[in-house]
Write a new protein. Structure first.
Length: 568
């Protein structure tokens, strides 16, 4: 056998140190990334696991009820506005319809004035100074003037009423032109938002179980990855043991062996370290693949939970969430409701004006009825006087009859006008409850309470999403980087195999069939350094039978105990 140059062995030791250090550094780095990523992932999982419970809480249900109240009020007010529009239109028509009988009334009173003048003129021409015909010369004129003033007042009040009603109708028309679909749109918008929140809450419940399953799976993946990463430490230890064996081999080559079977000892150590290193390389390649798969699966699960968490609240972030959109909606809703309630409040003024005007007109009608009553008395008195005059009083009789007919017509016209105006008073009564600002104030309180409750929840969700957007990519990057690092370790297995071939090339001597006490002691020393069962199995495979055939040493059963260890 050719002697081995110790320098060759030292070069192999140097060659082996480099992959060992690379493996150690790589797995330390992968372990650090895995630890950091797992911690972040655990925090994110807990954040999003808590969200379904928060969304399903009683406070959120209370807030949604407040929102429904605002939406319901908007819908109700929209219906009320439509009804009020019809009522206001009807009021305008009814008030306008009173114009015809009032015009008739004014014409009738005007005719009464003309007839009363005729009565005075005619009476002055046919009666003497000694005859009492004041009924024609004074009483009829007085009653006619009273009727004229009363009807003028009646017409003036009516004009004020028509002006007020027309102004209210025109103002409402302008408001409706600007807000034709505002209330309907508001009610629908709030209903859509409430529906979106309900869907989000439902989605939270539906996704909770799946998210929990993935979270638990991730916990298992982390455990598997941690266990798989033990290959780095195990490989490092095995390589160190090979280095220890090679160092001992270098000592043998340098002449430090005190046995007489140096070639056999060298062959035994060469075969042992080459076998240990080859087995280490094979195991390392297999275990690295498992670790790579474990970290890859963890990275995939991390990506899944990131995606599901984003889907939970919308990929565009909290700014586009159903809850976040409520703030602007509710602020606008309260403002719109106030505007509409204020507009409805103006109808109260109209209602009050209509009711007050109708009361005044009713007083005028009563005055007309009183005038008509007095005119009938005057007409009866006139008829008596005319009968006393005989044929001379025929013309006055006709005039008195005309006056009775005209006064009857005034009452009929006034009552016809009042029938229309009574309807206007009834319609105005429908506006009596308009302008309930306290209801809007209560709705505003409800809206603010809903915003406070949902705002806190949205902040929680936004914080979770912020954490997700900040740490999520970091987790994915950490795990993907760790996976790539593990994938690159496969090349080191080939390096280890190359070094194993270099060790095998140190000698061509066969493995000894028997071990001398010196070689047995040397091998036992190396065996005691092993920390891995795989190393013991390689050692037992090479030297187990030889050791079993060797004479018992001074410790009696130690050889048997060692063999038992090998077979664990």
């Amino acid at each position: 056998m050719t002697e081995i140059d110790p320098a060759r062995i030292h070069r192999l030791l140097e060659d082996l140190a480099r992959p060992r250090e690379a493996i150690e550094n790589a797995f330390v780095s992968v372990g650090a990334r895995l630890t950091e990523g797992a911690a972040m992932l655990n925090t994110l999982s807990k954040l999003f696991d808590a969200l379904p419970t928060a969304l399903q809480g009683s406070e959120v249900e209370e807030a949604v009820e407040h929102l429904r109240a605002v939406a319901t009020r908007a819908a109700t007010l929209s219906d009320t506005f439509a009804q009020e529009k019809a009522d206001l239109q009807k009021l305008t028509e009814v008030v306008a319809a009173a114009n015809s009988p009032i015009s008739d009334l004014r014409r009738t009173v005007k005719m009464m004035g003309i007839v009363s003048v005729n009565a005075r003129v005619t009476a002055a021409g046919i009666v003497g100074d000694n005859e009492d015909f004041a009924v024609f010369t004074t009483d009829i004129a007085t009653l006619s003037d009273s009727a004229s003033r009363t009807i003028q007042d009646f017409a003036q009040v009516y004009r004020q009423l028509t002006t007020e009603v027309d102004r209210a109708a025109a103002q409402r028309a302008r408001f409706e032109a600007a807000h034709a679909h505002t209330l309907t749109g508001l009610a629908q918008s709030l209903a859509d938002t409430i529906g979106a929140i309900a869907q989000q809450r439902s989605a939270a419940v539906d996704s909770s179980a799946e998210t929990g399953r993935i979270s638990r799976q991730i916990v298992g993946r982390i455990g598997n990855a941690v266990m798989a990463l033990q290959v780095g430490d195990a490989t490092r230890q095995r390589l160190e043991h090979v280095e220890t064996g090679l160092a001992r081999l270098a000592d043998l080559a340098a002449g430090t062996y005190d046995g007489d079977d140096l070639p056999a000892a060298i062959a035994a150590l060469v075969t042992l370290e080459q076998s240990q290193l080859s087995e280490t390389a094979t195991s390392f390649l297999h275990d690295v693949a498992l670790a790579d798969d474990a970290v890859g699966e963890l990275a995939a699960d991390a990506g899944t939970i990131m995606s599901r968490s984003r889907d939970f609240h919308g990929r565009d972030g909290a700014k586009n969430s159903a809850i976040a959109s409520l703030n602007a909606q509710l602020r606008a809703a309260v403002t719109i409701l106030k505007d509409f309630e204020a507009e409805r409040g103006k109808l109260e003024t109209v209602a009050s004006a209509v009711e007050g005007t109708v009361r005044i007109l009713l007083e005028h009608v009563e005055a007309v009825q009183e005038i008509e009553y007095n005119m009938r008395l005057v007409s009866l008195n006139a008829a008596v006087r005319c009968a006393q005059l005989g044929p001379r009083g025929a013309s006055l009789t006709v005039i008195a009859q005309q006056l009775r007919e005209l006064t009857t017509q005034t009452v009929v016209a006034a009552e016809a006008a009042m029938r229309q105006l009574d309807q206007s008073a009834a319609l105005a009564g429908a506006f009596a409850s308009a302008g309930d600002n306290s209801a809007v104030g209560a709705l505003e309180d409800q809206a603010n309470l809903a915003l406070e409750i949902l705002g806190k929840l949205d902040q929680t969700i936004a914080a979770a999403l912020g954490k997700l957007n900040t740490d999520g990519p970091k987790v994915i990057t950490l795990l993907q980087t760790a996976e790539r690092s593990l994938s690159g370790q496969a090349a080191l297995a080939e390096t280890l195999d190359d070094i194993a071939l270099g060790i095998a090339g140190l000698t061509d001597a066969p493995l000894p069939t028997e071990l001398s006490p010196s070689l047995d002691a040397l091998l036992e020393t190396l065996r005691k350094t092993y920390t891995m069962e795989a190393e013991r199995q390689v050692h037992a495979r090479l030297f187990g039978q030889v050791i079993a055939a060797a004479p018992a040493n001074e410790n009696g059963g130690e050889a048997e105990d060692d063999l038992s260890d090998f077979m664990l």
